[in-house]
Design a protein around this ligand. Structure first.
Ligand SMILES: *Cc1c(COP(=O)(O)O)cnc(C)c1O
Ligand code: SF4
Length: 356
């Protein structure tokens, strides 16, 4: 058995096991005892939690909270609505569609870490929604839809599939003439970097005219280790581009210092920030919710101008009609018939001609 498979076999998902890593507060203990949905993480990710601080940013993403039973802004049957599953064209359960040229291909319901803030929680955490993930049926549908140029393989976490299954899927997708690129969404480079094995490198890697882009999810600098760095290096040297999709989480990364550190540290391990997501209105995750403006303010106060432009993600909300940018337009202070007044991160202004 490989190291990553052992990690999954020893998933940390009982009171006894989690107590090996942290001294639980009474509140955490009660939340775990009352928790009737999925939770748990890998021994590797558990070892990154602070033993004594229940405010640890990793701990909050791993250990259930009683606040999950409260719901104010979340929509019931959120995922059905968000992924347009009860309307328009007839699609297999594996296919989620919002755009003409690309689709999300959901292939698995298991994860390395059952993130407490997950927007797919009805499917992967609560299990109140059941979908039938038949990969061959999905592949047939993709083949018939010649308007597609990209497939985004997601889950759950698709890299938890065996090397053989992944090889099969990638090979079948690359045989479809209209596909120009493949994207993979996986949190494993962060929660289970041991998964990036020589075998997986062989399956995903090498020169090919249909490239693979991978986006992971890292929400705090503390999640980044030497192991992360090596896993990303292996992906990059296999020809796979690596980006990050962070989620804006109250009490985890919604202060300027944590936010800046996260995005700077991602670049030091060669991960390019791609998106910052506003927390979606899934039920029972309101305790992570910030005001909408927060993400734009963090980019204004901690990233733009303050550090490398490469560190800046695009701030968006993923909705039923696709992703909508929530970037600030503070930069244009004024516009008249002759000119624009532009402001930089220090509050200095400059002018630009208004060209008709
Ligand atoms: C996020 C998403 C995509 C990809 O969107 P990009 O803006 O290209 O990253 C495609 N399809 C669905 C259903 C999605 O949710
Ligand atoms: S890895 Fe992704 S799908 Fe799985 S629980 Fe976390 S956010 Fe949800």
């Amino acid at each position: 058995m490989e190291a990553w498979q052992e990690q999954m076999q020893n998933h940390v998902n009982t009171l006894e096991r989690i107590s090996e890593y942290v001294n639980l507060t009474n509140e955490e203990r009660e939340a775990i005892e009352q928790c009737d949905v999925r939770w748990g993480t890998t021994p590797y990710f558990a070892s990154l939690m602070d033993r004594d601080d229940s405010n640890c940013p990793i701990r909050k993403q791993v250990i259930p909270s009683k606040k999950e039973q409260v719901n104010q802004y979340g929509m019931q049957d959120y995922l059905i609505y968000k992924e347009n599953r009860d309307m328009d064209e007839d699609r297999p359960d594996t296919i989620a569609r919002q755009y003409k040229d690309r689709i999300a291909f959901t292939v698995l319901k298991t994860c390395g870490n059952y993130c407490r803030h997950c927007f797919r929680k009805e499917l992967v955490v609560d299990k109140s929604l059941d979908l039938d993930f038949n990969i061959d049926e999905g592949l047939r549908w993709i083949k018939e839809h010649t308007e597609l140029r990209e497939v985004l393989i997601t889950g759950g976490d698709p890299l938890l599939l065996s090397d053989d299954k992944i090889e099969y899927m990638i090979r079948k997708l690359r045989e479809i003439p209209h596909l120009e690129m493949i994207r993979i969404g996986s949190r494993l480079p962060i929660v289970l970097p041991q998964r990036i094995t020589k075998g997986l490198q062989k399956v995903l890697g090498g020169y090919h005219k249909v490239p693979i882009w991978l986006n992971t999810q890292c929400n705090h600098a503390k999640e980044i280790t030497e192991e992360t760095s090596k896993a990303v290096w292996k992906l990059l040297t296999s020809g796979i581009n690596v980006g990050n999709q962070a989620v804006l989480l109250k009490g985890i990364n919604d202060d300027v210092k944590s936010f800046q550190e996260l995005h700077q540290k991602l670049l030091t391990v060669r991960i390019r920030p791609y998106y910052l997501f506003y927390l979606e209105p899934a039920p029972g995750i309101d305790h992570f919710r910030t005001p909408v403006e927060k993400g734009a303010e963090l980019i204004r106060d901690g990233i733009r101008g303050h550090t490398a432009g490469l560190a800046q993600p695009m701030y968006v909300i993923a909705t039923n009609i696709g992703k909508v940018p929530l970037m600030p337009d503070y930069y244009i202070k004024e516009k008249n018939e002759q000119e624009y007044i532009l402001e930089n991160y220090k509050g200095q202004t400059t002018k630009l001609a208004n060209v008709e």
